[in-house]
Design a protein around this ligand. Structure first.
Ligand SMILES: *Cc1c(COP(=O)(O)O)cnc(C)c1O
Length: 397
């Protein structure tokens, strides 16, 4: 009960903080993000522009020339994402990609050269080890360290780029972005933050000093599980030009339909995030009382090892909860007993999803480890479903 009161207090403080900074609130910004000035008899959000090329008489001048370089549907989406990642600041550059991994690779491969050193987390997204292999094949040195306790601080010296993932997926450790940025910048190291889990509503890496905010738009940003997307936001025009050039030469561009669907989905990000974060907290609180659950992690739980740092730098704690059941079979019975939670990978969608993460074999997690992403269901329904499935799994040994 006290915990809930604390949470309500923190939410109120965060809301007051947002109000104090002036400017519109998250919901107000989200519903209008990236929309063009109203034009009589035109729709508020223009439809997707399907074009491989654009009429281009005479000299090659912008803005729209060839469909791998530019597209008006991307322009509006990029503006919208920039307004959410760095509100009221202007001057940021956003580049959208075909997927989160396209965006991740664009930053790493456009910045690191043979002989450079890159620092990655050792507990990050499951495709990062593949990226590491590729970097090493190009003669780039890779060091890794844990996200928790700011472990990457110890391996920064002389690095070209520090890659941060906070909260980390799937372990939900959090590091102090400002502290890492300060140390990195003092040594001339660039900093990129993977902001996928938090979404720009939950965390604004550029305000915390990062050079790049990078994310998969496939997850909570768009929230309907119907498209893949990635983006990079940065302030430095040269860094932005490097990333844009990488997109051009690799061609990892989103289709106009995906870009338009993403923009349409952004209008509801504040509504979705509010419900999903509240649901995640409610599920985490219910799991905290269970003797069959160990290793419970949710940065929004006051008792969580990440909570203090998360409360300082995050504006919301995300939709993902992770925990461990006694063994693989127990976890499989739990998954099979859920009615409202889909057994699927990915996270951040309006329908709750969960999976026994060990089935992929890529993450260093126990066999009974579950990653659960709270959707936008009614809180009571979701919590009841999870508790009932736990009881069924426990009874069916
Ligand atoms: C999903 C994910 C990615 C990759 O995004 P895709 O859109 O699947 O390519 C990168 N980082 C994190 C933290 C993710 O969860």
């Amino acid at each position: 009960m006290n915990d809930q009161a604390d949470q309500a207090d923190q939410a109120a403080t965060a809301a007051a903080g947002a109000a104090r900074t002036g400017g519109p609130g998250d919901g107000t910004r989200a519903v209008r993000a990236g929309l063009p000035e109203p034009v009589k008899n035109e729709p508020p959000l223009p439809g997707p522009v399907f074009a491989a090329h654009f009429h281009l008489p005479g000299d090659v001048t912008g803005p729209y020339t060839y469909g791998r370089d530019t597209n008006p549907t991307w322009t509006l989406l990029e503006r919208a994402i920039g307004e959410l990642e760095a509100p009221g600041q202007g001057g940021v550059d956003t580049i959208v990609f075909a997927s989160g991994m396209a965006a991740v690779s664009a930053v790493l491969l456009s910045q690191a050269r043979t002989g450079d050193t890159v620092v990655l987390p050792n507990d990050g997204y499951q495709a990062l080890p593949l990226v590491r292999e590729q970097l090493e094949a190009y003669g780039i040195h890779v060091r890794t360290a844990a996200t928790g306790d700011d472990g990457q601080l110890a391996v920064l010296s002389g690095a070209r780029l520090l890659w941060i993932e906070t909260p980390s997926n799937p372990g939900l450790d959090v590091c102090d972005v400002r502290r890492l940025v300060e140390a990195a910048h003092a040594g001339g190291t660039l900093v990129a933050v993977d902001n996928t889990l938090a979404t720009p509503l939950g965390q604004r890496p550029l305000e915390l000093g990062a050079d790049f905010s990078v994310a998969s738009g496939t997850k909570g940003l768009t929230g309907h599980g119907d498209l893949l997307l990635g983006y990079v936001v940065c302030r430095d025009p040269q860094l932005a030009a490097d990333v844009r050039r990488w997109r051009k030469i690799v061609g990892a561009i989103p289709g106009p339909m995906e870009a338009w669907l993403a923009h349409r989905s952004l209008a509801t990000i504040q509504l979705r995030a509010q419900r999903q974060w509240a649901n995640a907290l409610a599920v985490a609180e219910a799991l905290a009382d269970r003797t069959d659950v160990t290793g419970l992690r949710y940065p929004g739980l006051p008792a969580d090892p990440s909570h203090k740092t998360a409360a300082r730098q995050m504006r919301g704690f995300g939709s993902v909860v992770s925990f461990t059941l006694p063994d693989r079979e127990h976890a499989e019975r739990f998954m099979a007993a859920l009615h409202l939670v889909e057994d699927a990978t990915s996270f951040g969608g309006v329908r709750s999803t969960a999976e026994r993460r060990g089935r992929w074999g890529g993450d260093p997690v126990p066999e009974g480890f579950i990653r659960l992403s709270a959707g936008a269901e009614d809180t009571g329904d979701l919590v009841a479903d999870v508790l009932r499935a736990l009881d069924t799994a426990g009874a069916g040994a």
